[in-house]
Design a protein around this ligand. Structure first.
Ligand SMILES: NC(=O)c1ccc[n+]([C@@H]2O[C@H](COP(=O)([O-])OP(=O)(O)OC[C@H]3O[C@@H](n4cnc5c(N)ncnc54)[C@H](O)[C@@H]3O)[C@@H](O)[C@H]2O)c1
Length: 364
């Protein structure tokens, strides 16, 4: 069964479709467009491009495949230039569309290229990783890296539609899949009781680990709905609501920036969620038993619940102060007292911070 979630943006709206085989319906949101430039990576294209191109051709949209490289290095301005030049040579025009078929790297790069090419052509997001289906492909943030830092050049460019085909997740590497569950766990803490129940239930969690399409459809749809609601209410990150999506991310970003520990984003988020729960418990915002429940749930998905050996609190604090949302202080997103909705918390007391660091194995 397909689930549809609307992202409402004032006068505009778009749909996120979640389910088995939804990629087969890609022609519908592209109806009336003469051309579609499908951007992907070789390994993903080998698996999923052919039926997609065939469906578009059958519906009267001329479609061609444009490949980009793998990894953060390929999410770059040289890739954007190369894609734009290939689009121009192929004859892609303002009224045509780009289709991003891949994970967050493809989605961010193709989305930004679509935002810039001809001052903006439509972009259909077809995310193929769990992380991209529940997060990166939704909300219109697009961009590429510079040698000086990640995501430093970008634009808001809302997609035409988002097609989350859960069948594509069957070929995702195990570690990538589990890392995506770290981001899903974040949504559970953001207040979806049924999502929390699914993750806490051994049978449902086992089905999720086995990538059961029905359970995945429910979990991806619930996660996407939370992101969609936040994006609908705060499209351009102006009210602070969108910052609540950063639950667990303050520490996660610092761990990722330390980089040489090689954590995937969702793995760093997992450690960050334990840290945030510990910090919230130390500040009496959550009950004392909450951190252990969080640890148990994340461990069930094979996700790390402590920082790698050798990480020092002083290095993390320096990096967390540099976070673009922190303006020199230390900013966290934590539940309100009594486990209420998430809110921004600036500069928590040092004793609570130290305790939370110790609980995730970071020497203070
Ligand atoms: N725009 C946003 O709001 C937003 C939010 C979160 C993350 N991001 C960005 O997303 C990126 C990370 O995305 P990601 O985790 O999807 O990584 P990714 O795009 O690098 O994909 C991970 C790997 O999986 C492969 N792959 C993708 N789909 C596959 C499939 N179905 N089967 C087999 N292999 C497949 C890819 O080729 C790649 O090697 C980062 O650059 C991050 O900055 C953006």
């Amino acid at each position: 069964m397909t689930r549809t979630i609307g992202v409402e943006l004032g006068a505009r709206r778009y749909d996120i479709s979640v389910g088995s085989g939804v990629l087969g319906g890609a022609a519908t949101p592209l109806a009336g467009r003469a051309r579609a430039a499908v951007v992907s990576q070789q390994n993903i294209a080998d698996l999923y491009a052919e039926p997609l191109l065939a469906a578009l051709h059958a519906a009267g949209t001329a479609a061609a495949l444009f490949l980009m490289g793998d990894g953060e290095e390929a999410k770059s301005l040289p890739t954007v230039e190369s894609l734009c030049r290939q689009f121009a040579a192929w004859g892609l025009l303002r009224g045509d569309a780009v289709v991003a078929l891949g994970g967050g790297v493809v989605g961010d790069t193709a989305g930004f290229t679509a935002a810039a090419y001809h001052r903006g052509v439509a972009c259909l997001q077809a995310p193929t990783t769990l992380l991209a289906q529940v997060d990166a492909a939704i909300g219109g943030k697009t961009g590429v890296n510079l040698p000086e830092g990640k995501n430093l050049v970008g634009a808001f460019h809302q997609p035409l539609a988002v097609l989350c085909d859960v069948d594509t997740l069957s070929t995702l590497a195990d570690r990538e899949y589990r890392a995506g569950l770290g981001e899903v766990a974040k949504y559970a803490f953001m207040g979806d009781a049924e999502l929390s129940a699914t993750l806490a239930d051994e049978t449902a969690a086992a089905a999720l680990l086995a990538r059961d399409p029905a359970v995945l459809t429910d979990v991806v749809a619930r996660s996407a709905a939370i992101k969609a609601a936040v994006v609908s209410a705060d499209e351009h990150e102006r009210t602070g609501l969108r910052a609540t999506l950063n639950y667990g991310h303050t520490l996660a970003h610092a761990l990722e920036t330390l980089g040489h520990y090689g954590l995937l984003h969702g793995e760093a988020v997992s450690v960050g969620l334990v840290f945030a729960t510990e910090l919230a418990a130390a500040l009496d915002r959550l009950p004392a038993e909450a951190p252990d429940a969080t640890r148990a749930m994340l461990a069930r998905f094979g996700l790390p619940t402590a920082a790698p050996d050798g990480v020092a609190a002083a290095d993390l604090v320096t990096l967390m102060r540099r976070d673009k949302k922190a303006a020199g202080g230390l900013t966290f997103v934590l539940p309100a007292a009594g486990g209420g909705p998430l809110e921004r918390v600036d500069d928590p007391p040092a004793a609570a911070l130290e305790r939370a660091f110790e609980k995730v194995g970071v020497a203070v």
